[in-house]
Design a protein around this ligand. Structure first.
Ligand code: GLA
Length: 387
């Protein structure tokens, strides 16, 4: 990849003298879905798949960006401080949003930069290709210009770029899992306190398989923001009888005793998901620490069911994949991962059953849905780095 980026870079900018290379991972969330904006716990890991960049200061007042994955978009240029989201900037809105947010936070670039990107993550599939490019950009700009940001500051800044510049009201999950990635570890994250600790992802004879439904996430942003609003409304109602800061501060027992105040079936289901998903995440973390992979796997279909029935973010393709996977011998558990409405499933499966699984589930999925699934064996990797 380095070689390819170097060639692209010198082709575009005349030479590759002094160019530096960087990487940031994608992430897969293993448990704790749609609760990072409800003060809950999540359990993701960073991946060895991610986004690469070749970058060099250019001594001008311009940012010049190019993606080797979208050559048809050509070179995308902006002034040192891109003001606001521009549709014609396309994918480059993510890095431009980071530059803008860095400036607002006091990290103004003294000169322009040339960057060539290329990634190994499938786009729009729930593996955080956008957060990967955001964290990568912030990390490389800090390295080129000597700015210092802690792991959580890096995550918060890039989340802010996504919220304010791109306009997606995402939580901290994606950016923090990428910034805090550690090889062979899952990250147990407290999204309320913004703290995290690691659990070894020692799966022995099992593998984590990511299955891309290839159903692109549709209507994602509006539905995502709608779920957030429903959770805010549920919390507001619960707060009239109980003094808590976030939905995930309610234990399942507390939720059951106060839920009548929600007074709307939809709000009750949304809050039920948040509260029980949070409890499942704590149990999953305990299971991983104890090396109880079977217990961890058993929680995965429960999570999928709640995302389907209570939270309604799965969609028929992911439901079909989950159903086929959870019936397959050798699968300890499977669930959708990420925002949902299409995208990926993650399955915990016996290693020696992976090819039989791909054959059987892949074929049946294609017959019934019309989409061809892609499979990736996930490896938990480290956070952003210079190569
Ligand atoms: C998206 C968001 C995250 C999180 C997940 C769902 O990936 O960016 O903040 O809410 O959906 O868990």
């Amino acid at each position: 990849m380095k070689k390819r980026l170097e060639e692209e870079f010198s082709g575009l900018f005349g030479s590759s003298d002094g160019v530096r290379f960087f990487f940031a991972p994608g992430r897969v969330n293993l448990m704790g879905e749609h609760i990072d904006y409800n003060g809950g716990y999540t359990l993701p890991c960073a991946l060895t798949m991610g986004t690469y960049a070749a970058a060099r200061k250019n001594g001008t007042g311009k940012l010049r960006l190019y993606s080797a994955d979208y050559p048809e978009k050509g070179m995308i240029e902006a002034e040192l401080t891109p003001e606001r989201y521009q549709p014609e900037w396309d994918w480059a809105n993510y890095p431009f949003g980071v530059v803008r947010t860095m400036e607002k936070e006091g990290f103004r670039l003294p000169e322009g930069v040339d960057i060539v990107y290329s990634g190994t993550l499938p786009a729009s599939s729930g593996l955080s290709s956008s957060a990967s490019i955001e964290v990568l950009t912030a990390y490389l700009l800090c390295s080129l210009f000597g700015f210092t940001l802690s792991v959580t500051a890096l995550a918060k800044l890039t989340q802010k770029a996504e919220n304010e510049f791109v306009g997606v009201q995402c939580g901290i999950l994606d950016q923090l899992s990428i910034a805090a990635g550690r090889k062979d570890c899952a990250i147990f994250m407290d999204t309320g306190a913004l703290t995290y600790e690691y659990a070894p992802l020692e799966l022995g004879e099992h593998a984590l398989l990511i299955v891309n439904s290839n159903k692109k996430r549709a209507l994602n942003e509006s539905k995502y923001n709608e779920r957030r609003q429903e959770c805010e409304e549920a919390l507001r109602r619960l707060q009239t009888v109980c003094d808590k800061k976030a939905l995930c501060d309610f234990s399942p027992e507390e939720f059951e005793s106060y839920k009548a105040v929600l007074d709307q079936e939809v709000l009750e289901r949304r809050a039920r998901h948040a509260v029980y998903e949070n409890a499942r995440t704590i149990q999953s973390f305990e299971a991983l620490k104890q090396g109880d992979i079977a217990r961890f796997g058993a929680l995965m279909p429960e999570s999928h069911l709640s995302l389907k029935e209570n939270y309604e973010v799965t969609g028929k393709e992911l439901d079909l994949l989950a159903e086929l996977s959870n019936q397959f011998p050798g699968v300890l558990g499977a669930r959708m991962t990420g925002a949902g409405f299409g995208g990926c499933l993650v399955a915990l499966i016996k290693k020696d059953m992976v090819s039989a699984y791909q054959e059987k589930v892949g074929t049946e999925y294609q017959e019934k849905s019309g989409y061809r699934a892609d499979f990736y064996e996930a490896e938990a990797g480290g956070g952003p780095c210079e190569l």
